[in-house]
Design a binder for this molecule. Structure first.
Ligand code: ADE
Ligand code: ZN
Length: 346
C-alpha cells in the first residue's frame, strides 16, 4: 500500500476533488435536478405540482426514507421518452466527471416507469446510450444495475427481470431498493437466485433504516456481493467482524443518511468507526439532486465533520475501485491513476 503523506486541512478539499474515484451507489432518477425536471415537464406536457424550481427545492425536507421516496416518485413522472433517460444520465455523467469520478455503477429501476406506461426498452436504451456517450465524451466508464422495488411483490420483480432480459448485454447487475422496513431481503430470494443463474452481479440496500438482520439475509439468502448503506451493522458486533473479515464492501452515503435522519448530524456518522473496524467502506451520493450534494460534497462535508484526513481519502478511493465490478486490468489502471494523484499532490 502506498505511503500517504499528511495533507494540511485547507488543502484537503483539493485532494478530495482531484483524486480519481468510482461511484457505486447512486440512483439515476435521484440525479434529476429541478431545472432539468421542469424542462422535461415542459417538453412532455406534464404538469408540475410546484410553481418553480425554488419551491420544488424547498420541499426537499424529509423525516425518513418513505417521506423522500414519495417526492422522488412524483419527480419521475416527467420522464416519458428514451431521450429523457439519455438526457438525465448524460447530465449525471458530466457532473460526476467534474468530480473526477472515473467509473460509475448506476442504479435505475424499470418498475416505476413501466407503472407510468413506458416500456423497459425506452428506459434501458436511453440510459445505456448515455453510458456509451459518457465514455466517449468524459472518459468515464459506466454500467447499469437494475433495482427491484422492494415495496412491490417478488412476482413483479420477476416480471421486471424477464422484461429486461432481451437487453441483458446492457446490464451489469441487479439490486434492491425502495422502502426497506417491512420488506426484508428474503422476500426476493427466488428472483435473486434467478438473476445469479443468469450471471448478474448482485447488490442490495440493507441496514439503511432496517435492522442488521436484513444485512445478514441480503448476504446469506440473496448472496449479494456488496451492501448498499449497511450503516446499521454497527449494532451487531458479529456482523461487523464478518463484513471486515470477508471484505464485503458497504456503499455508504453520508449526506443521504443526514437528510433522511439516519444520523442526527454528520459528526455522528459512523463511517470513521466502520473504517477503523476494517470495513471496506466507500462514499457515494445516493440521490444527489435531493440530498444536497454530489460525491465530492459527500467527501468534503464528511471529512470536515469527522476530522478525516489524507490516509482515509486514499483508502476510500481505493476501496471504491476494489469494490467495483470492473475487470482487474481496468481496476489496476484506476488504482495506478489514484496512486499517481497522491504521489504528485503537494
Ligand atoms: N431509492 C432511491 N434512493 C433510495 C434510498 N436511499 N434507499 C432506498 N431506496 C432508494
Ligand atoms: Zn440508495
Amino acid at each position: 500500500m502506498l505511503k500517504i503523506k499528511p495533507v494540511a486541512l485547507d488543502r484537503l478539499p483539493k485532494l478530495l476533488r482531484l483524486m480519481p474515484k468510482a461511484e457505486l451507489h447512486m440512483h439515476i432518477e435521484g440525479s434529476l435536478e429541478p431545472e432539468l425536471m421542469f424542462a422535461l415537464a415542459q417538453r412532455n406536457g406534464v404538469s408540475m405540482a410546484y410553481a418553480d424550481v425554488e419551491s420544488l427545492r424547498r420541499a426537499y425536507v424529509f423525516d425518513n426514507l418513505q417521506d423522500f421516496l414519495d417526492i422522488y416518485h412524483a419527480g419521475t413522472l416527467v420522464l416519458r421518452t428514451e431521450q429523457d433517460f439519455y438526457d438525465m444520465a448524460h447530465a449525471y455523467l458530466a457532473r460526476a466527471a467534474a468530480d473526477n469520478v472515473v467509473h460509475a455503477e448506476i442504479f435505475f429501476d424499470t418498475q416505476t416507469h413501466t407503472g407510468h406506461g413506458l416500456s423497459t426498452e425506452v428506459v434501458i436504451n436511453g440510459l445505456h446510450r448515455a453510458c456509451v456517450a459518457g465514455e466517449a465524451e468524459f472518459g468515464i466508464s459506466a454500467s447499469l444495475i437494475l433495482c427491484f422495488l422492494r415495496h412491490l411483490s417478488e412476482k413483479e420483480a420477476f416480471e421486471s427481470l424477464e422484461q429486461a432480459l432481451p437487453l441483458r448485454d446492457k446490464l451489469l447487475g441487479v439490486g434492491l431498493a425502495s422502502s426497506e422496513k417491512g420488506h426484508p431481503p428474503e422476500k426476493f430470494a427466488r428472483v435473486f437466485a434467478r438473476a445469479r443463474d443468469l450471471g448478474f452481479r448482485l447488490v442490495a440496500h440493507a441496514g439503511e433504516e432496517g435492522p442488521p438482520a436484513y444485512i445478514w439475509s441480503a448476504l446469506d439468502v440473496l448472496k449479494v456481493e456488496r451492501i448498499d448503506h449497511g450503516v446499521q451493522a454497527i449494532n451487531d458486533p458479529t456482523l461487523m467482524a464478518h463484513l471486515a473479515k470477508e471484505r464485503i464492501p458497504l456503499t455508504v452515503c453520508p449526506l443521504s443518511n443526514l437528510k433522511l435522519r439516519v444520523f442526527p448530524a454528520l459528526a455522528e456518522h459512523n463511517l470513521g468507526r466502520m473504517m477503523e473496524a476494517g470495513i471496506v467502506a466507500t462514499i457515494n451520493s445516493d440521490d444527489p439532486a435531493y440530498f444536497g450534494g454530489h460525491i465530492n460534497q459527500n467527501f468534503t462535508q464528511t471529512f470536515a465533520a469527522l476530522g478525516l484526513g489524507a490516509q482515509q481519502a486514499y483508502q476510500l478511493a481505493r476501496n471504491s475501485f476494489e469494490a467495483s465490478f470492473i475487470d482487474d486490468s481496468l481496476r489496476h489502471q484506476y488504482i495506478d491513476r489514484l496512486n499517481a494523484a497522491f504521489e504528485t499532490f503537494d
